[in-house]
Design a binder for this molecule. Structure first.
Ligand SMILES: [Mn+2]
Length: 366
């Protein structure tokens, strides 16, 4: 299943590659007829999305002199991601407030069309898609595509474009791009390519390291600790898989924060967390092994119940709930648990609590 190593460019996609032009040239040339460039990304945009939009907007403004709009689809709730927006004073337009002009070029980053990860209207035509996810989208009719799953971050592609075009990278843009790559290649084993490391090296002298430190160490809300406590209390180990549930999830991105923490547990190779946020079951997976196929496994587990996708060691998904009654949620949880064990070929073992019940009770202080 070592698809990456066997055929590293298996998911790369780029139209008319034989023109002799670099990708960044073709990206810019194709924008000439348009009046304005609007950047869109996936729901709950992460630092890789935000950095990619900011970097490409800078490229377009500095090289073509055209106005740009950077959008935000849904909430940004993770403390670090909010800090990124705050300390860099990012001006994000909620995607539902964009007035789509007839001569707008729409550029999607860090995501692909019709993967269920957007709320902006599907009838708005896209000029370009730049992404690094394994999750295939519908690229029909998109003039410019640059999909490179071998890259750890979309920000790496964007950094390459800026360097190819000799566009000076301002401190704010470099800081966002550096942090965007850093968050994508965090964890071990790293999901990074030599291109990611080369981009990090180029950006490091240009970025504001104090701001990076401030973002990385963002102050955490009370709900973060409540969520983590609930996750630890609900965690069960099934052989090499750890499953945690948090209901309700205070913020949708906290499922990812739970698995980022739980995957550090030395006895497991996969950590999965599910949590109810409003009328959705939000899912997140991390793996500590190479060729983990986390995105494929989560897609298989979720099946037609919802959507899922991601990378080799990190994945996410969502299942719309028809009922939020506790019994309906319990049924869904046991179905997902059963499917996960099957996908990982784990015999139907009895789960062991991460923290034994007796210890939980003994540690309770009045
Ligand atoms: Mn990304």
């Amino acid at each position: 299943m070592a698809r990456r190593s066997a055929d590293p460019e298996s998911c790369s996609s780029s139209k008319s590659p034989s023109t002799g032009l670099r990708r960044s040239d073709r990206f810019l040339i194709g924008l000439h007829p348009f009046d304005r460039v609007v950047f869109v990304s996936h729901v709950q945009p992460d630092p890789d999305s935000l950095g990619s939009m900011l970097g490409l907007a800078h490229l377009v403004e500095s090289r073509l002199g055209k106005p740009t709009v950077i959008t935000r689809d849904g909430l940004i709730s993770r403390a670090e991601n909010r800090a990124l927006v705050d300390v860099l004073h990012l001006d994000l337009v909620p995607v539902e407030e964009v007035e789509w002009g007839p001569n707008d070029a729409v550029v999607m980053v860090d995501s692909q069309p019709r993967t269920g990860r957007h709320t902006f209207p599907e009838n708005v035509p896209l000029y370009a898609v730049l992404d690094h996810h394994d999750t295939p989208g519908d690229l029909e009719g998109v003039a410019f595509t640059d999909i490179r799953c071998t890259h750890g971050a979309t920000c790496t592609l964007v950094t390459k474009y800026l360097m190819e075009q000799d566009a000076p990278i301002p401190e704010k843009v470099a800081t966002a791009l550096l942090y965007g790559i850093e968050t994508e290649v965090t964890g071990y084993p790293r999901e990074a390519s030599p291109a990611d490391d080369a981009a990090l090296i180029s950006l490091y002298p240009l970025a504001d390291k104090d701001l990076i430190a401030q973002i990385r160490n963002a102050r955490l809300p009370h709900s973060y600790f409540e969520c983590m406590l609930q996750a630890m209390q609900s965690s069960f180990i099934y052989d090499r898989l750890l499953i945690s549930w948090v209901n309700p999830l205070p913020q949708p991105e906290q499922a990812a924060e739970v698995v980022d923490f739980m995957i550090r547990f030395e006895k497991v190779e996969y950590a999965f967390c599910g949590g109810v946020y409003e009328d959705t079951l939000v899912l997140s997976v991390r793996s500590s092994i190479e060729n983990a196929r986390a995105g494929e496994i989560l897609r298989q587990v979720v099946g037609k119940m919802g959507r899922a996708g991601g990378h080799d060691r990190r994945a996410g998904g969502a299942i719309p709930l028809t009922s939020t009654a506790p019994s309906a949620i319990e049924d869904l949880q046991s179905e997902l648990r059963r499917r996960f064990l099957k996908a990982l070929k784990i015999d139907d073992v009895r789960g062991q609590r991460l923290v034994p019940l007796r210890e939980m009770l003994e540690n309770l202080q009045s």
